[in-house]
Design a protein around this ligand. Structure first.
Ligand code: AMP
Ligand code: ZN
Length: 114
């Protein structure tokens, strides 16, 4: 989607700190990190949000979570832990309408979230 910042980043139209990519998913550093480690994992295909996924996305959703776990391990977060978040829609605080999984770590996280 031409107007989508994550599609632009994946196509190389804008710069990003891409840590991993294959034919289905990509992982890059969040431009405005909320923790010492803050990575976003996204599908290459433009899917607007978690509210839009269905059975055809079953394996893709698994891949996104596996990639999130792999990125967390790669950043050395496996012992102290980390948080995985998918903000969805207005109440969920979603600001970029291309499905993304936040991987946050390197500090203790509060609960409940704001
Ligand atoms: P959300 O609020 O869950 O939709 O998260 C969107 C995230 O995308 C925010 O944490 C932003 O800091 C991040 N973001 C926005 N633009 C970019 C960009 N060009 N490169 C990397 N991260 C971005
Ligand atoms: Zn997109």
């Amino acid at each position: 989607v031409a107007s989508c910042v994550f599609c632009q980043l994946l196509s190389g139209e804008i710069e990003g700190d891409i840590l991993y990519q294959d034919d289905e998913v990509a992982a890059f550093r969040d431009i405005n990190p909320q923790a010492p480690v803050h990575i976003l994992v996204v599908p290459r295909r433009h899917i607007p949000s978690l509210a839009e996924v269905g059975s055809p996305e079953e394996s893709l959703m698994g891949k996104l979570l596996l990639t999130a776990a792999r990125m967390a391990r790669q950043e050395g977060l496996e012992d102290d832990g980390f948080r995985v978040v998918i903000n969805t829609g207005d109440d969920g605080g979603q600001t970029v309408d291309h499905l993304h999984v936040h991987v946050l770590g390197g500090r203790g996280m509060g609960w409940p979230p704001g």
